[in-house]
Design a protein around this ligand. Structure first.
Ligand code: UT7
Length: 321
């Protein structure tokens, strides 16, 4: 039996942390108290003007590849989950491949599932590896969400940040990813979207992120509970058998409500949203890498990663680290 196992993790946050008070100092009509109470976010990182998603992806990928004890050319599949690609085409994955100096002809493409993008990418890579067609996949979530924020909309601009997280997934005869579930329901697209497009040399429509926060909140808690239970059922496990829950890092209140629904104590939940805000597709691999590097996550432990985002999309993976 071929499993897909995580062989290394990496992450990258650009520049210095920007605090809630820094946002107030920049003229945003908000407060540290409001942001912390409603979201748990204390700081986020904002990429410099000339830094792109593939730049952030490259730093995170180098760290993940080094952690796996590999070289970039050992990778035969590159998947980048992003909603903030460097350009319309080519894909951010091919630009990343070039920046990593990979000339081995590895397949490379992007996945667009917004904040669930990393779980979608991980699941796709797992299928490639289990089929025997590929041996080592680099799966990255990378975003510069600061580029699509309306900085005059305090209901959204305080929530998001920039960053990247990456894993190397490797074929193994030892258990790795045990169960996955992916879902989408496009009828919910209006509650979280960037509706604009580029056509005929112009931006057509609204190029900024728009969100009905309360509708998103309710939907997120519901489906994060359901999809975690789905992967538990698929692998024949109870929630108590899981060492760590890593939900999408959007809001501490969504994370707490999800954990409560699942009966998982907060001591078993990785929450790093306070440090980097909502980094969309980057949030799960960022949280995973931070917890691997601070020693909380150890070899052999069972982890559920789960995401929800625009589309709406949602999904989860249960894995043995
Ligand atoms: O990847 C998924 C991404 N999306 C999310 O995670 C969002 C999920 N939703 C949420 O996290 C919450 O709905 C928010 C944090 C976005 C908002 O919290 P809320 O408790 O739903 O607040 P609200 O939208 O009902 O607004 C309450 C008040 C309003 O003032 P009034 O009308 O009561 O006077 C807002 O104008 O809070 C005000 N407000 C703010 N005040 C200070 C909204 N944004 C801010 C702000 N600072 N940044």
């Amino acid at each position: 039996m071929i499993y897909a196992r995580i062989a290394g993790t990496g992450s990258f946050l650009p520049g210095e942390p920007v605090s809630n008070d820094d946002l107030v100092a920049r003229g945003i009509d908000t407060s540290d108290e409001w942001i912390v109470e409603r979201t748990g976010i204390r700081t986020r990182h904002l990429a410099a003007r000339d830094v792109t998603s593939s730049d952030l992806a490259c730093e995170a990928s180098r760290r993940a590849i080094a952690a796996a004890g590999l070289q970039p050319e050992d990778i035969d599949l590159v998947i980048v989950a992003t909603s903030t690609p460097d350009c319309i085409f080519p894909s951010t994955a091919t630009l990343l491949q070039s920046k990593l100096g990979m000339r081995n002809g590895a397949a490379a493409f992007d996945v667009q599932a917004v904040c669930t993008g990393f779980v979608y990418g991980l699941t796709i890579a797992e299928k490639f590896i289990r089929s025997g067609s590929h041996k080592r996949a680099l799966v990255v979530g990378a975003e510069v969400f600061s580029r699509i924020l309306d900085w005059s909309d305090r209901g959204t601009c305080v929530l998001f940040g920039d960053g990247a997280g990456a894993v190397v997934l490797e074929a193994s005869d030892k258990p790795g990813i045990l169960a996955t579930a992916l879902h989408a329901d496009g009828s919910h697209h209006p509650i979280l979207c960037v509706p604009g497009a580029v056509a005929s040399g112009q931006v057509i429509g609204d190029p900024f992120l728009r969100m009905d926060g309360q509708a998103v909140f309710k939907f997120a808690v519901k489906v994060l509970g359901e999809v975690a239970n789905e992967v538990l059922a698929e692998s024949g496990m109870e929630a108590g058998a899981v060492d760590w829950l890593i939900p999408h890092q959007a809001n501490i209140r969504i994370i707490q409500a999800t954990a409560k629904r699942l009966g998982v104590p907060m001591e078993k939940v990785i929450a790093t949203v306070d440090r980097h805000g909502n980094t969309s597709a980057a949030s799960i691999p960022l949280a995973l890498d931070l917890a691997v590097r601070d020693g909380r996550i150890r070899a052999g432990q069972r982890i559920i990663v789960e995401g929800v985002g625009g589309g709406f999309t949602w999904g989860a993976a249960l894995l043995q680290f």
